[in-house]
Design a protein around this ligand. Structure first.
Ligand code: ZN
Length: 404
């Protein structure tokens, strides 16, 4: 992106200045990730280099894919690593005796994948799981074991070898189940694998409220958006999940940024680099609003018409635009407010795990946002989109990767 395009993007929202309370939460995450950033191999239970060759399945080996298909061993390769991750932070406890979860990571790549750097990937994966597993919901044997399939495809949601479609909705790049005892997680695009892994972890380990019934609360949202049809799905938990996934991903990106002297060495930083994190988070928030403007233009709709009572034609959708590209970016217009809300409503020790009794308060937080000056923000994002979209490509595609 050119300097001018970057300036345009960053002009959508005022610069982010984290409040004292928000900084405390960000600092906790930073320290937690840093504590987990040691040698990933200390958590390994088994490590199979040529996983396909070792299997004795029919047709030359393979593993079961997300839609009951078999991921063929003929043209792809797979690394299989099983990890033992403590459910407490492990302080002063013998790691081998501590309560733990086991996670088996399958990294699968194809002839047209960018060859993965397994060591760099595993450093991030283990640091993430080591950080997040202590937050796991304690009451249900939640994800005692999880198989994580990282399918490093270069095409959106399509298996490169067979052309087979992996998911029915082209917006999805991953999925999992909430808190199954023996769980599975699938991540299907190489370009966004780590962000998707972080996002799915919130569902896998029961940190959001994706398995809660919250019909009355949905009515709070419907009342605020009378211009949407009744069959538009309201997945409020996706906003909670994806905003935290974005924040954690941003902190990881800053923490693991390669140094100039050695691209593979992690930077050693003692103080929390708040200014860098604020700039990156600001960029993510601006991007979320720009993406919203793009998706709304693509679907020929607007937030104004969704909150209007007088619209005769109600908003309907095939893609999940409303939950991902209306609710989420609205929360992100005031990230401090979102982080502070979390700090005040979650438990102090388990500050990333949503308390299910707070769903209505979370919906009310969104209706508060609608009383602010969001309209001028979306107007501005529409203007920026127009200026950046010189050849008209951006508004024609539903692609979720960075559009510029
Ligand atoms: Zn999700």
């Amino acid at each position: 992106m050119s300097r001018n395009q970057n300036t345009q993007l960053l002009s959508i929202l005022p610069p982010l200045k984290l409040s004292g309370l928000s900084r405390t939460i960000i600092k906790n995450i930073w320290i937690g990730i840093k504590k987990c950033g040691g040698n990933w191999k200390q958590h390994v239970q088994s490590n199979v280099v040529h996983a396909f060759k070792r299997t004795d399945m029919k047709n030359g080996g393979g593993i079961s894919g997300p839609m009951g298909d078999t991921i063929s061993a003929n043209k792809s390769r797979c690394r299989k690593i099983t990890l033992k991750i403590p459910t407490n932070s492990g302080d002063n406890i013998n790691k081998h005796q501590a309560p733990h979860k086991t996670i088996t990571v399958y990294i699968v790549w194809y002839p047209d994948s960018v060859p993965p750097n397994i060591d760099a990937m595993m450093s991030r994966i283990v640091a993430w799981f080591c950080f997040i597993v202590p937050f796991v919901r304690p009451d249900c044997g939640c994800s005692d074991h999880t198989d994580v399939f990282l399918l490093l495809t270069s095409h959106d949601s399509v298996m490169p070898t067979s052309g087979e479609k992996l998911v029915s909705d082209k917006l999805f790049s991953a999925y999992t189940y909430t808190c199954r005892k023996h769980n599975e997680m699938y991540v299907m695009r190489q370009s966004v694998w780590f962000k998707a892994l972080i996002h799915e972890s919130f569902h896998t380990f029961g940190l959001d409220f994706s398995d809660a019934s919250f019909e009355p609360v949905k009515q709070v949202i419907r009342n605020a958006f009378p211009g949407i049809a009744n069959n538009v799905e309201i997945r409020l938990y996706e906003s909670y999940t994806d905003i935290w996934a974005t924040i954690c991903y941003t902190i990881f990106s800053v923490r693991f940024k390669p140094t100039r002297s050695n691209a593979t060495q992690r930077r050693v930083v003692n103080a929390v680099p708040f200014i860098t994190i604020e700039k990156e988070l600001h960029r993510q928030c601006c991007f979320a609003v720009l993406q919203s403007a793009k998706m709304l233009k693509h679907t020929n709709s607007s937030i104004h018409s969704m909150i209007s009572r007088s619209n005769s034609k109600k908003y309907t959708e095939e893609l999940m635009v409303f939950s991902y590209h209306v609710l989420r970016p609205l929360y992100m217009t005031d990230l401090n407010r979102f982080i502070e809300w979390t700090a005040r409503h979650n438990d102090t020790r388990d500050y990333l795990r949503f308390r299910v009794e707070n769903i209505e308060a979370f919906a009310r937080l969104l209706t508060d946002v609608l009383t602010t000056d969001w309209s001028s923000v979306w107007h501005k994002s529409g203007e920026v989109l127009k200026r950046l979209d010189v050849n008209g490509f951006l508004s024609k595609t539903a692609c979720l990767s960075h559009p510029i």
